[in-house]
Design a protein around this ligand. Sequence first.
Ligand SMILES: Cc1cc2nc3c(=O)[nH]c(=O)nc-3n(C[C@H](O)[C@H](O)[C@H](O)COP(=O)(O)O)c2cc1C
Length: 302
Amino acid sequence: MVKVANVEFKDPFIISSGIIPLVSKFISNVCVKYDISGITTKTLTLSPLEPHRPPTVIKLEEGCYMNAIGLGNPGIETLREFQVKGDCNLIISIGGSGVEDIMKSAEKIEDIRRQNINLGEKVKILELNLSSPNRKGYGESTSKFTLEIVKNVSGVTSLPVFVKLGPWDNTIELAGKALEGGANGLTLINTIKGLAISKEEFKPILSYGTGGISGKCIHPLAVRIIHDVYKEYKPEIIGMGGVFTWEDAIELMAVGAKLVGLGTVIIDRGYQVINDIRLGFRNYLKEKGLKIEEVIGIGVRN
Ligand SMILES: Cc1cc2nc3c(=O)[nH]c(=O)nc-3n(C[C@H](O)[C@H](O)[C@H](O)COP(=O)(O)O)c2cc1C
């Protein structure tokens, strides 16, 4: 068991935002069949957003992808009808075009949680996506308002707030602003912006142009950013970025992650990989005679 923002998770493994389709039947199936401790929804916005045109996801190398779906989503209102089976915790990811928009989104989530009891009981954390690189005016463009956004959202939600940031030069500074504004923790890291050019047409392969790189090629970047942020503030961290094996998960926990998000690995290998990672992790702890809490931050020297 791991406790994050006073919420109990069965084990440290959750599914990151943007990986599971936003369909309650689908989420229920994954929750029950794979006994996952937590699922993060795709980032939702106040009004629906159209995804970019295909191609929106490409494979760069073995275990490395680049996507630009562009925060396409059916809007927060969709959650009103959600009925989720199983006992996994839900983390709702929201985004928007600025302080006001994101605050209104948080208010709407409060309203839906009061009205939809099934969902209300399962939602345990509100994640603010201030880091997606794939839509102008959203995601990383809103990170400059981190302090104001967190202050405002904290004032209207009763959920613990986690701020999701990217692997940038100013991530430590922004993490500080998020915590100053009242965030309960940080989710690190989102994808990092890249560009792939077609050798036939000499133009970007993704319809949006640039895309967010995810998977194995960003893993050392995730380890470094989580390490640096943990060292500076010792906050609660949901860590992610290229976790493909239980060894990768241990690495993120050793530098301070309490929960570990699985993302691209599920796209690449399927949901069964959750069981493999969990089993390897449990065996490792048993062999070493370690408890989960003893691993968190063990690799960070002050
Ligand atoms: C196809 C795809 C869609 C994603 N959509 C979102 C999203 O809607 N919101 C978000 O905060 N992150 C989104 N992400 C980022 C992931 O949640 C995660 O932070 C990132 O991919 C790094 O982890 P990974 O290397 O394990 O995939 C998306 C990633 C992928 C690959």
